[in-house]
Design a protein around this ligand. Structure first.
Ligand SMILES: [Fe+2]
Length: 318
């Protein structure tokens, strides 16, 4: 590995990511020569003056311990509202806050899938995502650019939500409420994986037939969990239950065909596959969006073709 040793344990956060006068409950470090030194211990308020002073002395990044990443995401979720409303904050910074806050919520919901409070937070973060995407074409492009390129269930869920909302918006088939239901379903689409043995989920190699059978139950487990929460609409559940159905009937769990699959489900299948093949997995390299589009067109029988064309337009037109 190249680069300084501290990069193994610390990650840089650009100064613009700190909200003036916000409480920071993780320690901040700064680079002095080639070493990291403690700048502020945890539980401090970082003021507008602090940020100005750092800028004035040429500091562009502060560092946090990688083990504090969860706390950093919580910080972003806590400050999300203020950041999004602030006209002085750059849109890319807003996109980062939104993305990290959404990842934070998904992480929590996988840990506590039955906890109503977390389901409510997922709805809030989806509302922000929808508002953000509707704010203009650049917003989606920004979200696309900061998207994590390694495959993790949590970031995958956020990516799928972003793509589903953007595609739903593009085809203009939904009213505002339905678009938000699409977003919630997309964010929670793999929730059922929280009930599948992690050994199966994280297995780097090929699954045995029995493991694969268990894996294929995750859409139904997800619907069950969503029902139990009492907070997820029937509409949203369609994408949870049908995101692995294929247009030609070869999908699972029900093997539905064509229009038997709801529009939510057909959107889900497209965006789920696209994100999976454009992110790096333990067993495959990420495809570029254009290659992914080609691949999906070659396998178009599995998708709603008209929707697929709309989606390809969305991700290739900048
Ligand atoms: Fe899935």
């Amino acid at each position: 590995m190249t680069g300084p040793r501290y990069e193994l344990y610390y990650m840089p956060i650009s100064l613009e990511k700190f909200r003036p006068d916000s409480i920071v409950n993780f320690s901040l470090y700064m680079k002095v020569k080639d070493k990291l030194v403690l700048y502020r211990d945890k539980n401090i308020i970082i003021t507008a003056d602090d940020i100005e002073n750092l800028k004035a002395s040429g500091v562009k990044f502060l560092y946090i311990k990688k083990e504090d990443r969860k706390k950093y995401r919580e910080y972003m979720e806590k400050n999300l509202d203020g950041i999004l409303k602030d006209p002085n904050v750059d849109q890319r910074v807003k996109a980062t806050y939104l993305y990290e806050a959404a990842v934070n919520v998904v992480e929590d919901i996988f840990e506590h899938p039955k906890r109503g409070e977390v389901v409510k937070r997922s709805k809030e973060v989806v509302n922000h995502t929808v508002d953000f995407i509707l704010s203009g074409p650049d917003a989606f492009v920004n979200l696309l650019q900061i998207r994590a390129h390694d495959y993790y269930t949590f970031t995958h869920s956020v990516n799928v939500c972003t793509f589903a909302v953007a595609l739903g918006n593009k085809i203009g088939a939904f009213d505002d409420k339905t678009l938000r239901e699409l977003g919630v379903g997309a964010l929670l689409h793999d929730l059922g994986k929280s009930m599948v043995d992690p050994k199966i989920i994280n297995k780097p190699g090929k699954l045995t037939p029995a493991e694969w059978e268990e894996m294929k139950k995750h859409p139904e487990y997800g619907v069950e969990l969503a029902k139990q929460s009492g907070l997820v609409s029937e509409q949203s559940m369609l994408i949870i239950g049908q995101h692995h159905e294929k247009f030609n009937g070869t999908g699972y769990p029900q093997g539905l065909k064509g229009r038997q699959i709801s529009l939510f489900g057909r959107i889900g299948t497209i965006v789920d596959v696209f994100d999976a093949i454009t992110t790096t997995r333990s067993y495959s390299k990420a495809k570029e969006p254009i290659e992914a589009a080609k691949f999906m067109l070659e396998h178009r029988e599995g998708f709603d073709e008209k929707l697929l064309y709309s989606f390809i337009e969305l991700i290739t037109v900048k």
